[in-house]
Design a protein around this ligand. Structure first.
Ligand code: ZN
Length: 185
């Protein structure tokens, strides 16, 4: 009798283990898939086909980056984050924005007034949805990031309205350590 219970308990724990593994797989985490182009230090341009991106990006990142999707407003944990560090492209690791150029725009998406460098971002005219807007893309992999508007604060007067899903944040200290490690190799 005691033995039977033990077996049952074991079967249950095995079941719950497979269950938690399968939910983990569908969880949208950048670490779930292998991304061979991701690098915080390589500035070489990335040119992959749509099918290749689909293979290496988590579903939600693929939707924003390659299908020019838009996340729901107020859905990003970065929207009101005031942590000090650097925001990278979640698709390729390219540095995009520094936290000291982030501001509270009230628009529901993480907002910045200036990219980290001129080449970090590409600008494309966007006439979709009956609007005249300027789309911003990652300068390294051309992932769709969001749009830039001219109603931002000084000194630039610009508002880079960016989908949080496509941002990968690293705290200042972590980023510095990683940079040191990467350049040593
Ligand atoms: Zn990128």
């Amino acid at each position: 009798m005691k033995h039977g219970f033990l077996l049952l308990a074991m079967a249950f724990s095995l079941l719950s283990c497979t269950y938690s593994q399968s939910t983990k797989k569908t969880a949208m985490d950048t670490n779930d898939k292998k991304n061979p182009v991701y690098s915080n230090s390589d500035s070489g341009k990335v040119n992959l086909t749509d099918a290749e991106w689909k293979k290496i990006l988590p579903e939600n990142v693929y939707y924003i980056a390659r299908q020019k999707g838009t996340e729901s407003p107020w859905s990003s944990k970065y929207e009101d984050s005031k942590e000090v560090g650097t925001y990278y492209c979640a698709a390729c690791g390219n540095a995009l924005f520094k936290s000291d150029t982030k501001f509270e725009s009230g628009c529901g998406w993480p907002s910045f007034y200036q990219p980290i460098s001129k080449g970090s971002i590409i600008y494309q005219p966007d006439h979709s949805h009956g609007m005249d807007r300027t789309e911003v893309q990652c300068g390294r992999c051309k992932a769709h990031l969001g749009h830039v508007f001219d109603d931002g604060p000084p000194p630039t007067g610009l508002r880079y309205c960016i989908n949080g899903v496509i941002l990968d944040f690293k705290k200042a200290q972590e980023a510095e350590e990683k940079y040191k490690k990467d350049t040593k190799q």
